[in-house]
Structures are given as C-alpha cells and as structure tokens.
Design a protein around this ligand. Sequence first.
Ligand code: COA
Length: 263
Amino acid sequence: MPDPILLEITDGIALITLNRPDKLNALNYALIDRLMAVLDTIETDAAVGAVILTGAGQRAFSAGADIHEFAGSVRQGRNAAVRDFVRRGQAMTARLEAFRKPVIAAVNGLAFGGGCEITEAVHLAIASERAQFAKPEINLGMPPTFGGTQRLPRLTGRKRALELLLTGDPFSPQRALEIGLVNRVVPHEALLPTARELAGRILRHSPLAIGSIITAVTRGLNMAIAEGLQVESEQFAALVPAADLGEGINAWIERRTPLYRGC
Ligand code: COA
C-alpha cells in the first residue's frame, strides 16, 4: 500500500501531501492516523518552521471522510461511530488548528466535507482557481463531524455558514475568498509557489513569536475577550526570558536584521 501521507522537507517548510489520489484523497482512518504521527514528528523538528498541506493528483485536495469506512463504524452503533470516526476526525482538525508552527492549506482541487474542514482548521489557506468547496454531509443525512459546524460559522458568520451547511451546494474558490475561508485564489500553477512564498515571509520571524501568536489567536477566538487578553498576556510573558525577544528589540534599535535562534 502506498503511504497515505507524503512528507518532504525543504527550506524549513514541511510539504505534507494527502496521498490517496484514486479516492480523491478521502480521509480514511489510516490516513488520519499517519497525518497525526507526521505532525508529532515535525512538531519537534527544529528544521521545520512551517507546514504546507496539499493533495496528490489532479482533482482533489480531499473529498472528505472516507464514506465506505465510516459507514462501517456507523453500522457498529453509536459508541463505535463516535469513538472511531468523530473523535478521530475532530482530534485531527484540533491538532492542525493548535499546531504551534503555521499550517497553510494549498487547496489544489475538491475540498469537500473533511477537506473543507481541514481548510477551516488550518491557519492560512491558498486556493487554486481549480479548487471547489462543499459542505455535502447533509446529502448523507448527517451534520459535519470534524468541526465543520463550529469553525465555519466562526470564520464566515452564522448565516453564510448555515446556507452552505443546509444546502450542501458546492461553492467556488472566489466565494471561499469572499467569506474568509481562504486568504487568496491563484492560478493553479502558482499554488505551491505562492504557499511557499507566504511561508517564507513568516519564517523570517522568531518561531517563538509565531507560536505565541497562533496560540493567542486560536485560543482567544473561543473565549470572552477578557480571558483572551489573559492568554495574550501569558503568551507574551512566556517570551520575556527568551533570547529571541531581546534579539528582536536590539536588532530594531541597532537597525539591523535580527538573527533568531528559536530560544
Ligand atoms: N469517501 C470514500 N471514497 C470516496 C470519497 C469519499 N468521501 N469521495 C470519492 N471517493 C472515491 C469514489 O468512491 C471513487 O472510488 P472508486 O473509483 O473506487 O469507486 C473515487 O473516489 C472517485 O470518485 P467518484 O465519485 O467516482 O468521482 P466523481 O467525479 O464522480 O464525483 C465527488 C466526485 C466529489 C462529487 C464524489 O466523489 C462525492 O460526492 N464524494 C463524496 C463527498 C462527500 O460527501 N464528502 C463528505 C463525506 S462526510
């Protein structure tokens, strides 16, 4: 069996490719488990500062959860369906969302169901002009289960999200841009170069500052502002003893480029 996840590390960027092109990169349990293992590996790898996530083949980023496989869990009953399918998928999107290194989705084609939920969960997203999005779970008689009922309304507003969730209709990358699901739409050939260029502009900065910003924004969004401000304060306080903060400030005062060491 080919590896369902491909990993390639260059110039501080881990390119992760969802690799089941014959199945439109549907997210079966083996793929999700392997993705989680790869995230564990690169999280502590100092050679990796950012992640780009894309799909193999010409057609899909991901057509969502593997329907054949989770149908088996549903047939086993409520406990198995929640344990094997829902918790696994929610853990994956939560892990991507909370990852302390920036994760950029490079949406190269269909992003349906779980593919759309991955796009919702990651920090930044670039879509090819060939991308197409949908929240099609309602066609199967179910709601989304990998966070799609929670993150999409937070990103786009309740009514925009409900229209997509309740109709299941596909939508264009331009619409995804309008509603704040992706940062940019680019010609297909420019997809990975654009994602790499964006990652490169982030990688100039201290990895500690990058991680603290991601954590403060991600956690704070789901809190009342007073609690969010406390998270912001804690994230800053944790950086005060770090060499990177002193280096950033000194470099500005001395009018030179900072040299960050990530400590
Ligand atoms: N789960 C499992 N397999 C999937 C899949 C999914 N979500 N999406 C596509 N595939 C498989 C198909 O079974 C097919 O495999 P096969 O050739 O072995 O039968 C292959 O990928 C190609 O898909 P196919 O349906 O033939 O392509 P299409 O161009 O006719 O249709 C879609 C494309 C995306 C419209 C259609 O595949 C689809 O509706 N997929 C499900 C999307 C979805 O509901 N996702 C949310 C799940 S909760």
